[in-house]
Design a protein around this ligand. Structure first.
Ligand code: GN1
Ligand code: MG
Length: 341
């Protein structure tokens, strides 16, 4: 994006701000994100400028309402991490693109992968604390902005539909993985059953490591970001996604399938960290299913990537032809290794 275009958007939020520099961030598979340096009242500050993907977040106005509600509760609580929300609590619409500007968390660093196991512990303590401070929050106040986001049966049916309409070449490639996934359907069924009986809580729904920011010097968790998916859900979604993303040191883009092995020590650290700050408020059934959540969410992510591959890559951003196919297999191998944990 040109400086001049970003200036037009930023001025809507900071009328006296002058954009000095802009840099696109490669992070995230959905929204478009930029870091902008803005001079305002003689001080230079960084901000996060984002264009919201409104074909995925069609309910983006309700998404913002969820963010505002949760932020209110967080502000009144003892949550000791930053929770950066859009400036002025608003999004703006320019030439049918929806933009928001949020403060940049100073002195922070973002990791794409677990480079140090302590990061997993730090992030899971932060997540546990998020659940702890919000455990009395009335989730009826939140909208289900992405209906059935982690409804495993729906995801499975979407895969079946995609198989029916897929191009021959992709279908042939995917044949064995489809068969393997079909044999694991019980896991998806169990996930949905548990989701119905476990308490509804405020969920983040995207707890990968790059959505926690860390202190540049100490590597202590500092902030929880990327709030578009804040919705009512159960802890299975968040703890499951943590296990899925942190236990795989090669990351979800790797095609080195033989070496995709879940790191047991990391899984244990996640559980220890999460319980450290949330044990008091969890029920027995929740505590018993933390590792199961990791397996189920990983399988569901394999289903989601495979579905997108069969649908010709309409959902996740891709930079090369078979990227969703690689991701789907990657998640399958990870799932198989999590099963043995
Ligand atoms: C998407 O764009 P990003 O990376 O924040 C997706 C998550 C997936 C993730 C896989 C709204 O999140 O559910 O787990 O990709 N978000 C949505 O990398 O579908
Ligand atoms: Mg996200």
């Amino acid at each position: 994006m040109e400086l001049i275009q970003s200036q037009k958007i930023v001025s809507q939020f900071l009328p006296k701000g002058e954009v000095i520099q802009i840099k696109e961030s490669e992070k995230g598979l959905i929204n478009q994100t930029f870091i902008v340096w803005v001079e305002n009242n003689y001080t230079l500050k960084k901000y996060i400028l984002q264009s919201v993907n409104t074909s995925i977040f069609q309910n983006y106005k309700l998404t913002l309402e969820n963010i505002i509600e949760v932020k209110k509760a967080i502000t009144e609580s003892s949550f000791s991490y930053s929770f950066p929300t859009p400036i002025d609590n608003r999004y703006i619409n320019i030439s049918s693109q929806v933009w928001r500007l949020s403060p940049f968390v100073e002195q922070s660093i973002c990791f794409e992968k677990i480079t140090d196991k302590e990061l997993a512990f730090e992030a899971s303590v932060c997540l546990g604390s998020f659940y702890y401070v919000l455990h009395n929050f009335d989730t009826d106040k939140l909208h289900e902005t992405l209906p059935d986001f982690h409804n495993a049966n729906k995801r499975y049916n979407q895969l079946e539909d995609a198989i029916t309409s897929a191009e021959e070449e992709r279908k042939i490639n995917a044949f064995h993985l489809i068969e393997n996934i079909q044999k694991e359907k019980e896991v998806l069924i169990k996930f949905d059953i548990l989701n119905k009986v476990l308490p509804k809580r405020v969920c983040h729904f995207d707890t990968k490591i790059s959505n926690f920011l860390f202190d540049k010097e100490t590597n202590k968790a500092k902030a929880l970001i990327d709030l578009d998916t804040l919705m009512p859900g159960t802890i299975l979604s968040d703890i499951g996604d943590m296990i899925r993303t942190y236990s795989n040191p090669l990351g979800e883009e790797s095609s080195d399938f033989d070496n995709i092995k879940a790191d047991k020590e990391i899984v244990n650290l996640i559980i220890r960290g999460f319980l450290k700050s949330s044990e008091e408020i969890l029920n027995q059934n929740e505590k018993l299913n933390l590792i199961f959540a990791g397996k189920a969410i990983t399988l569901m992510q394999s289903v989601r990537f495979l579905t997108d591959y069969l649908n010709n890559d309409v959902y996740y951003k891709t930079t090369y032809k078979d990227q969703n196919w690689v991701r789907a297999q990657n998640q399958w191998y990870l799932y198989c290794s999590l099963k043995n944990i």
